[in-house]
Design a protein around this ligand. Structure first.
Ligand SMILES: [Zn+2]
Length: 173
């Protein structure tokens, strides 16, 4: 459960990571030779090294945010959409969840899905499935309400909001 509540007057917004687990290997999404670009290249999605570096920079600049909004598009753009799979998508989401949870222990994170965070992308089914259930389990430590995971599984939204995490003086709106 989250234990840092209302202790900070800032929050982090983390978005559009587009983490490519194949950056250095099969280069699913990358169009250039990346041997000289260990932290990413203009025509590529993010290598893991860049992802970790960005989260570490967040920790260095603002180590105790009131909360973190993680607003999706975490999965890369494969050159061939058939290179992706639901298993690869959940693996990417797991890696990012673990990174944020271990770098910011006890901080509330509000995740949401971008259009790339499903396989096939843009085609989220409007019914329960193992992917939604898996994410709901993965994100449960961040959910204060015990039924928030249920609303996510059934409705693809989190029945939770950031207001209680803001300092007293910022809760007027
Ligand atoms: Zn994006």
């Amino acid at each position: 459960m989250c234990d840092v509540i209302g202790s900070s007057d800032y929050f982090w917004h983390y978005t559009d990571v587009h983490y490519d687990p194949t950056y250095e290997t099969t280069q699913e999404s990358c169009n250039v030779n990346v041997s000289d670009s260990p932290f990413g290249s203009y025509e590529c999605d993010s290598p893991w090294r860049l992802v970790v570096s960005s989260v570490n920079a967040m920790k260095r600049i603002g180590p105790k945010p009131a909360f973190i909004v993680w607003s999706g598009d975490t999965v890369h753009h494969p050159k061939n959409p058939k290179d992706l799979s639901r298993e690869k998508v959940i693996e990417v989401m797991k890696n990012l969840t673990t990174l944020l949870r271990t770098t910011f222990p006890g901080v509330a994170v509000f995740p949401c899905l971008g259009n790339h965070d499903y396989f096939p992308h843009n085609q989220f089914p409007a019914r329960d499935n193992a992917y939604y259930g898996g994410l709901s389990q993965l994100w449960r430590p961040w959910l204060r309400e015990t039924d928030a995971g249920v609303t996510f599984t059934q409705g693809r939204f989190l029945d939770d909001f950031a207001l209680p995490f803001l300092p007293e003086g910022m809760r007027k709106y």
